[in-house]
Design a protein around this ligand. Structure first.
Ligand SMILES: NC(=O)c1ccc[n+]([C@@H]2O[C@H](COP(=O)([O-])OP(=O)(O)OC[C@H]3O[C@@H](n4cnc5c(N)ncnc54)[C@H](OP(=O)(O)O)[C@@H]3O)[C@@H](O)[C@H]2O)c1
Length: 206
């Protein structure tokens, strides 16, 4: 995020990371079994979620996308269908589900509610052999995962920019807590610097 706590500008543009931080994140990606993002991040950023800045294995890419909004032309679908897992609900469009399956994408149906049942998704990922997963946002998904006590560690790079914007996204969105002391509690694990950036690592205490 930027120093003023934004993970994208008010237009949704989010190229915040330095080359050094991209290398750090790509090394982290190659150390996990799956990288997870919310559907809105795919719509706005069209990410690849692969390992390019360092040598290493490419993890599964998981999109939490209740009704399959992901465009068939998105890079995840066109470049890595065999490594792509989309978590959706029973309310997802059946034709789009079939089309994605035809392209080699794995679909995980997680409940029949309005949004993906996240604990069920994590259970299904565990059954697929996923032991360590890295969530790369966005803010809405981060909030709901924290609410379900599914996040154990947080790594946050503070980049030397201030972009403002009252509607610019922050690392954790959702409805929030009314009182600060009701918020999630954290324990600082480490503080590192890389040029003008600070990399913070916290454990979440539930
Ligand atoms: N700087 C960074 O590190 C970074 C990283 C990632 C993203 N970003 C930025 O963040 C912005 C996107 O963040 P965002 O907060 O708008 O969206 P998001 O967290 O990427 O995606 C949220 C969407 O996920 C879907 N979802 C499905 N099941 C869910 C559940 N159980 N709980 C929560 N969400 C669920 C919901 O849509 P459906 O239910 O309809 O599927 C929801 O609208 C973009 O501007 C992107 O550039 C920045």
């Amino acid at each position: 995020m930027t120093l003023d706590g934004k993970i994208a500008s008010y237009t949704g543009e989010s190229s915040i990371s330095s080359e050094k931080d991209k290398k750090r994140v790509h090394a982290l990606r190659s150390s996990v079994d799956a990288v997870i993002v919310g559907s809105n991040t795919v719509l706005v950023d069209d990410p690849r979620l692969d390992v390019r800045y360092v040598e290493g294995k490419d993890p599964l890419k998981v999109v939490v996308d209740s009704v399959l909004k992901i465009p068939l032309g998105s890079r995840l679908v066109t470049l890595f269908p065999e490594k792509l897992v989309i978590a959706c609900t029973q309310k997802a469009n059946k034709e789009k589900a079939e089309e994605l399956k035809k392209r080699g994408v794995t679909l995980l149906f997680c409940g029949d509610g309005e949004h993906v049942d996240l604990p069920l998704l994590f259970e299904k990922l565990y059954q697929m052999g996923v032991r360590r997963a890295l969530v790369e946002g966005g803010g809405e998904l981060n909030w709901h995962l924290l609410k379900h006590a599914l996040i154990h560690e947080i790594q946050l790079t503070i980049a030397p920019f201030i972009v403002g914007g009252r509607n610019a996204k922050t690392p954790v969105e959702g409805e929030g807590f009314p009182k600060i002391r009701e918020g999630f509690k954290l324990k600082l694990a480490s503080v590192d610097t890389q040029d003008d950036e600070v990399v913070l690592r916290y454990f979440v205490i539930y």
